[in-house]
Ligand binder design. Sequence first.
Ligand code: OAD
Length: 237
Amino acid sequence: MTFRRIVILTGAGVSAESGMGTFRDKGGIWTRHRLEDVATPEGFARNPDLVHAFYNTRRGALKAAQPNAAHLALARLQRHVEADGGDFMLVTQNVDNLHEKAGSTRVVHMHGELASALCAACGARGYWDKDLTGDSECWSCGAVGALRPDVVWFGEMPYGMDDIYRGLELADLFVSVGTSGEVYPAAGFVNEARLAGAHTIELNLEPSANVRIFSEGRYGPASEVVDAWVSDLIGAG
Ligand code: OAD
């Protein structure tokens, strides 16, 4: 394999076949819920119970969800690249933990995580797999009612941006998997990688809004396309 510094960006499409749902497809999450109500700080201030219920349901669904062949293939690629002395960065917009369940390590969750809570009073972030309510107590400062889902809402700064841009500057391969390319800053990563001279590949169900920017694209369900692409790159082992 010729690539030594790989950055992968994943979106909801990689977890679609694990039952986690996508956002903008027909029947997607943003066709059933108003994102202004459940994915903005203003929505949370207006109706915290509604927002807690939305994320409690998704956090509950996560417990039964299993990684699919696409998650497993990306974990296999990471092991291969790192055993060979290369650099591998997996950045996900997803708030599920299916990459970790598949064996990926050091995953950058730029939009936060369902299984994490954030205290608005003291700033603590930590593992949280139960329901959150207006009565939940912060494990760190003891404040009651200040815990919120540790998910990045519209208008908030995503996590890990310095590390991500450093990775993109050095990348010789950038691959986007299962994302519509409609939400910035993630949608702009392909441009950063191109500027750095990286080869860029899109793996998606169908061509995304950014299709023309990529050097190459492969289309179909992630469980098939990602698995086949990884096997082509490193072999089936
Ligand atoms: P979208 O719902 O916008 O896009 C999902 C993409 O996955 C689309 O391009 C689909 O064609 C593709 N797709 C669907 N099923 C697939 C499958 N089985 N295999 C491969 N691809 C498939 O989701 P994201 O791009 O992840 O942010 O959305 C980005 C962000 O918008 C999310 O992280 C979330 C949302 O608002 C926040 O909540 C902050």
